[in-house]
Design a protein around this ligand. Structure first.
Ligand code: PLP
Length: 404
């Protein structure tokens, strides 16, 4: 059992009030909160060894380089990547996806097919549409059903030797659905297609094993895993990272530069042009250490409890409908109350100190499917409590009374 009082004390922000009420933070799917140990790692970097990496012979530069590379190895171990250079530091999930989508420009021909799912975040849709415009490739979409679950039979029919890459999220940020990614990966591989998994929403809740999944690319953002914004990873199998061209040119990513010809650095530097978010990478490592100290089994168990209690209590409110009812889902509850705009509910519960997200959650195709403008989304982390859920239920009931 987790000691919730102790865990909550790790997150200084959870002590603050909003509009005179204790903060209830239920917007974890947009960004998670940061524990003191991660804040300390950031302060330590700027207080003690702030320097540019990889280039300096001086002590500070070497210390910064060591810590940054140590963080890369922490991520390698956490995700069980075979090699540390298969972990590329990026500015986040969005950039990671763009690196791969951009890289596939030279690997696709007109008439090739690429497959996305209906459950995606815009950042796993738009870069691929741009790829289609550049190459003449065709974008196919795995449909979803009313529960927010992908139609796997349709996926089976879509796959062929024309399929070059499949990209789906591990967990939907809008509905919380956990997708059957192992099955998606194995079936894509059977026709020779590569697979990119958008793990932005999964990594706070579960610990994926890249080698066991046999995934070709996996991407995530530190700020959803208790780390800072502006840093993330692109994992790629060595063979794929060698095949893809660099994304940006600049310092750090070169071997030799002349005006006649430039040769590129090896992995991971080929994809890390310019001065990276050094402090962010180190803090990402600290965030992973923190999550490991809690343990992903304990995190999963706790969040399941929050999801079950939240679902049960919210459904007691008449007229409330939950979108995303898969048996396999994480601690995200997307809902609406008949006759009320989600934005109005969000505004009223904020007055009571409760942070939820309202809108389309960067997943407009899902909202179009349900023919709604958006939802209210409450997303829980292991540091949330049942009492906070009670406060949400109270606030939503109050909003309903005021608005109907
Ligand atoms: C948050 C999120 C993204 C985008 O992540 P950024 O950190 O904003 O780049 C992409 N996909 C999913 C599923 C997400 O939840």
């Amino acid at each position: 059992m987790l000691d919730i009082t102790k865990i909550r004390a790790d997150f200084p922000i959870l002590n603050r009030t909003v509009n005179g009420k204790p903060l209830v933070y239920f917007d974890n799917a947009a960004t998670s909160q940061t524990p003191q140990v991660v804040i300390d790692a950031i302060v330590d970097y700027y207080s003690n060894y702030n320097a540019n990496i990889h280039r300096g012979v001086h002590t500070l530069s070497q210390e910064a380089t060591d810590k940054y590379e140590e963080a890369r190895m922490k991520l390698q171990r956490h995700f069980n990547a075979e090699k540390s250079f298969e972990i590329i530091f990026t500015s986040g999930t969005t950039e990671s996806i763009n690196i791969v989508a951009n890289g596939f420009t030279s690997l696709l021909a007109s008439g090739d097919e690429i497959i996305v799912s209906a459950l995606e975040h815009h950042s796993n849709i738009v870069p691929w549409q741009m790829l289609c415009e550049r190459t003449g490739a065709l974008l196919k979409v795995i449909p979803m059903n009313e529960e927010g679950v992908l139609e796997m039979e349709a996926y089976d029919k879509m796959l062929s030797e024309k399929t070059k890459i499949v990209f789906v999220n591990h967990i939907s940020n809008a509905l919380g659905t956990i997708n059957p990614i192992k099955e998606i990966i194995d079936k894509a591989h059977a026709v020779g297609a590569a697979v990119l998994i958008d793990g932005a929403q999964a990594c706070p809740h579960i610990q994926p094993d890249f080698q066991e999944l046999d995934v070709d690319f996996y991407v995530a953002s530190a700020h959803k895993i208790y780390g800072p914004t502006g840093v993330g990873i692109l994992y790629g199998k060595e063979k794929w990272l060698k095949k893809l061209p660099p994304y940006q040119g600049g310092g750090e990513m070169i071997k030799e530069v002349t005006f006649e010809k430039t040769t590129y650095a090896g992995l991971p530097h080929k994809f890390e042009a310019g001065t990276p978010n050094i402090c962010g990478g180190i803090a990402f490592g600290a965030a992973i250490d923190y999550a490991q100290s809690i343990g992903f089994e304990a995190i999963e168990k706790r969040e399941k409890e929050l999801l079950e209690y939240g679902t049960q209590e919210l459904l007691k409110i008449e007229g409330l409908k939950i979108y995303g009812t898969s048996e396999h889902k994480t601690s995200v509850i997307s809902f609406n109350i008949e006759g009320i705009h989600p934005y109005d509910i969000g505004t009223i519960v904020d007055k009571l100190g409760i942070a939820v997200r309202t809108g389309h959650h960067c997943a407009q195709p899902i909202m179009d499917y349900y023919k709604i403008p958006g939802t209210v989304r409450a997303s829980f982390a292991f540091y949330n409590t049942l009492e906070e859920i009670d406060a949400l239920v109270y606030a939503v009931k109050k909003a309903k009374l005021m608005l109907l």
